[in-house]
Design a protein around this ligand. Structure first.
Ligand SMILES: *Cc1c(COP(=O)(O)O)cnc(C)c1O
Length: 377
C-alpha cells in the first residue's frame, strides 16, 4: 500500500487485502510528525518507545529516531538492545538486572532516586557507565513557578533528593550527564512556558549542586495526538528556550504526538442486531485488540467515530450504531456512528490508533487473537 490515504479506497477495491482486526501504521506519517515536532521545538526529540513498540515499525523508523529512544522496561531494552540511536532507560522500579542490562548495552540510565545509585554501586569500575541523567520531580519547579498546578506524582527527585543523588554520584565517581523533567502526558501546552521559565531559573541551582556545568536538559513534553492543530505558540517557546545557556543541550520526548495519528485500527462487522431500537454492529475486533477504544478509564465515554467502508450487502438502518467487540464484556463497545448505516462485511476504520492502542492492550482473556499489523509507506 502506498500511504494511509489509500486505506479507504484500497479496502473498497480489494476487501481481502487486509486480515482484520488489524493495525495499519504509516512510516511516512511517523516521519512527518517527528520532523514537524522537532522543527517546532528546535531541540532534540526523543521517542518514547512505550507508545508503540511494534518491532517492524521500529526497524522501518530507525532512520527517524536518531536523537534517542526512551525505554521503560527490561523487555523494551531487550527489543532495542542494539542500534545507533542513544537509548535511555527510565523507570523508578528499575532493578539490578535491568540496570546491569542497560550498562551492558551502553544505554544511558535515568536515575529516578538515590537508592538506585546504591544498586549501581556494584557496577562501578567493572564496566564503562554512560553519564547518568537525574530525574527531577515537577515539584522542583514550584519554587519558581507562580502558578504551580501540576498534580503530584512519584517520579524523580525533589531538591533534597537531588542533592543527595549528586553527592552520591560524586562519591561513587559516577558522572552526571544532565537532568530530566516530565510534567506528564497531555501537559505540554498548558505548562510548557511556565516549565521552561522555571527550568531556566533552576539551571543555576543545579549547576551549583553539580559544581559544574549542566550539559543536558530533557524538558519532557506530553504532546497531544493533534498538537499541530492546537494554537500553542511554538515560536514564542523557541525564543524562551534560546535563553538557556548554550552549553545546555535541550531535548523533549514524545510518544503520542509522534505515533497516534500514524496508526489506524481496522475491524470488520460480523453481525448486526437491534435491541429496543438500539443498533449494534458486532465486529471481529474490540477491546481485546484495542483496549483504549473501549474507554473504560473515562468517566464520560465519548466513543470514537470510525470511517465506514461499505463492502457487500446493503447497509442496515440509518441511525445511531454502537460497535461491539469480541470479548463478552459489557464494556466492549469501541465506537459509535451517528445518523449513519453499517452492515455485515463493512469495515470500520478508526483513526489516531498509533499510540498506546496496541501497546496498552493486555488481554490473554478468552484467548482471543491479537490484531494483525501492516506497515505502509
Ligand atoms: C510515557 C512517557 C512519555 C511519553 O508520553 P506521551 O504522552 O506519549 O508523549 C514521555 N516521558 C516519560 C517519562 C514517559 O513516561
Amino acid at each position: 500500500m502506498q500511504s494511509i490515504e489509500r486505506l479507504k479506497p484500497m479496502l473498497q477495491e480489494e476487501p481481502c487485502a487486509l486480515s482484520t482486526p488489524c493495525y495499519v501504521y504509516s512510516v511516512s506519517a511517523v516521519e512527518r510528525n517527528f520532523k514537524a515536532l522537532k522543527q517546532a521545538l528546535g531541540t532534540q526529540l526523543i521517542y518514547s518507545f512505550k507508545a508503540n513498540s511494534n518491532l517492524e515499525l521500529m526497524v522501518r523508523c530507525g532512520h527517524i529516531f536518531t536523537d534517542g529512544i526512551e525505554l521503560a522496561s527490561q523487555g523494551e531494552l531487550g527489543l532495542m538492545a542494539t542500534g545507533k540511536a542513544p537509548r535511555y532507560i527510565n523507570n523508578p522500579s528499575a532493578d539490578k538486572n535491568f540496570l546491569r542490562a542497560a550498562i551492558a548495552s551502553k544505554a544511558q540510565i535515568i536515575i529516578d532516586h538515590p537508592a538506585q545509585l546504591e544498586v549501581m554501586k556494584d557496577f562501578v569500575g567493572k564496566r564503562p557507565i554512560a553519564p547518568l541523567i537525574l530525574r527531577l520531580n515537577p515539584c522542583v519547579l514550584s519554587d519558581y513557578d507562580p502558578q504551580p498546578s501540576l498534580r503530584a506524582n512519584h517520579f524523580g527527585m525533589d531538591w533534597p533528593l537531588l542533592q543527595q543523588a549528586i553527592n552520591r554520584c560524586q562519591q561513587l565517581q559516577l558522572e552526571v550527564g544532565g537532568v530530566h523533567l516530565f510534567t506528564g502526558s497531555y501537559q505540554f501546552e498548558r505548562h510548557a512556558i511556565s516549565t521552561a521559565q522555571a527550568a531556566l531559573q533552576c539551571v543555576e541551582r543545579i549547576q551549583q549542586l553539580l559544581d559544574g556545568p549542566l550539559n543536558f536538559l530533557n524538558l519532557g513534553g506530553g504532546f497531544d495526538e493533534h498538537w499541530q492543530q492546537n494554537d500553542f505558540d511554538f515560536e514564542q517557546y523557541r525564543h524562551l528556550l534560546a535563553e538557556f545557556p548554550s552549553h545546555v543541550t535541550l531535548a523533549h520526548e514524545s510518544g503520542r504526538g509522534i505515533m497516534a495519528s500514524a496508526g489506524h485500527f481496522v475491524t470488520k462487522v460480523r453481525y448486526t442486531k437491534t435491541i429496543e431500537d438500539r443498533h449494534y454492529a458486532i465486529c471481529d475486533g474490540g477491546m481485546a485488540q484495542n483496549f483504549l477504544l473501549a474507554q473504560t478509564e473515562n468517566t464520560f465515554r465519548r466513543y470514537a467515530q470510525p470511517t465506514v467502508v461499505h463492502n457487500t450487502t446493503p447497509a442496515g438502518h440509518t441511525g445511531t450504531w454502537l460497535l461491539a467487540g469480541t470479548s463478552c464484556n459489557k464494556d466492549d463497545l469501541i465506537g459509535q456512528l451517528n445518523d449513519a448505516s453499517i452492515g455485515v462485511g463493512d469495515f470500520a476504520i478508526f483513526a489516531d490508533c498509533g499510540a498506546y492502542n496496541a501497546s496498552y492492550t493486555v488481554s490473554p482473556f478468552l484467548n482471543l487473537p491479537t490484531a494483525n499489523t501492516y506497515i505502509v509507506e
